[in-house]
Design a protein around this ligand. Structure first.
Ligand code: FES
Length: 370
């Protein structure tokens, strides 16, 4: 193939090789490079990079109808991306006032059910419109080149010419004079940037603080009742026995996280009892109450072996010692069963003194109550 050497210093004839050199930094001093125009540097860099341009489709004429229409389409796509990003933020941050009857605890409410789908919808639409805008811009407003380029190591020469190529690309993109697109890009960038960063707030501050999903229905003064709703007094159970109890609230016996085991210790067990630190007064006389939900994977702890004082979880055989604050003594569970602080009310029935003071069920990232 016939080529013309256009390097400064060459004769420029057909099939004329450039001057012999051991690298472009030796061919061109920094002063020479500094005196050349951006276009010359761009061309020069391309030749030294071994770039062969096979075909060029020019960009639409500046100011032409074709260009104006493409600019409007791209601007609209970027603006919509920003609008959807801000809608995401409204739902994410403003749900407390934006969604009426907002309530985490009422899983069936329409607005609660829509929260996550709306977040996904708006983020998806926003990112889609970013992609649409970029594709439209690339297809409709940039010159299209088909080129082949060799790969090689970098040098000062490469840095200068690559910089010129990038600056040239920016100028060729037409962005400096297409204000509608730069403005919509700025709007989109702000919206999408905040949309992507906002959920990171959950890594700094526990987003579930105050979330009722992290609490149970147990609260001060809530009675302990059996599955049939009957309350329990001290003395109703035999020493060594266990009874499943639930909070005396509507639907309390259906709340899987509230299920509790009320255990009456035998006298010898009371003597051996070593409650967890700070929980010595959680028991009432010889009665202790522990969460029914295994701290390993959330199965109900269904078996009580009173001779060994152990509660057994049938799922993976974890065992908890009720005389050691329901500490795990065998199996995969690593956390003690949470203990419910109990007392009796004016009528002599068992009541809770508060909710559990730590998370019930399988391990959270954090054991603190949320
Ligand atoms: S769920 Fe209880 S041991 Fe695995």
């Amino acid at each position: 193939m016939t080529t013309h050497d256009t390097r400064p210093g060459s004769s420029g004839g057909a099939d004329t090789p450039g001057p012999l050199h051991s690298g472009p930094d030796e061919d061109y001093t920094p002063e020479q490079l500094a005196s050349m125009s951006r276009e010359d540097l761009d061309r020069l860099g391309a030749r030294y990079d071994g770039v062969e341009i096979l075909h060029v489709d020019p960009a639409p004429e500046p100011g032409s109808r074709l260009e104006r229409r493409a600019v409007r389409q791209v601007g609209l796509a970027f603006t919509l991306a920003g609008v959807f990003a801000f809608l995401f933020l409204v739902v994410y941050a403003g749900s407390g006032w934006f969604l009426p009857d907002w309530n985490w605890a009422q899983a069936g409410t329409t607005w609660s059910a829509l929260f996550t789908p709306l977040l996904g919808l708006f983020m998806g639409l926003s990112l889609t419109m970013v992609g649409v805008g970029l594709v439209l811009y690339t297809k409709k407003l940039l010159p299209h080149e088909t080129a082949v380029q060799d790969k090689h190591d970098g040098s000062h020469f490469d840095r200068v010419t690559t910089g010129a190529t990038l600056v040239g690309g920016y100028h060729n993109s037409g962005l400096p004079r297409r204000k509608l697109i730069t403005r919509s890009l700025g709007f989109m960038g702000a919206g999408v940037g905040i949309m992507l960063l906002a959920p990171l707030g959950g890594l700094i501050k526990n987003p579930n603080t105050g979330n009722p999903l992290g609490r149970t229905s147990w609260a001060e003064g809530v009675r302990l009742v059996r599955d049939d709703g009957s309350p329990i007094r001290p003395g109703d159970q035999e020493p060594g026995s266990l009874e499943k109890v639930f909070p005396a609230v509507p639907g309390g016996n259906l709340q899987s996280d509230a299920g509790t085991m009320l255990i009456r210790l035998r006298p010898e067990q009371v003597e051996m009892d070593r409650p967890r630190e700070g929980q010595a007064d959680f028991a009432y006389g010889d009665y202790v109450a522990y969460s029914l939900i295994c701290t390993h994977a959330g199965c109900p702890v269904a078996l009580y072996e009173q001779e060994t004082s152990r509660l057994l979880c049938p799922c993976h055989q974890s065992q908890f010692d009720v005389t050691q604050g329901a500490k795990p003594v065998f199996g995969p569970a690593t956390r003690s069963l949470p203990q419910l602080p109990i007392t009796v009310d004016d009528e002599g029935f068992f009541v809770a003194r508060s909710d559990y003071i730590e998370a019930v069920g399988p391990t959270y990232w954090n054991r603190e109550r949320i």
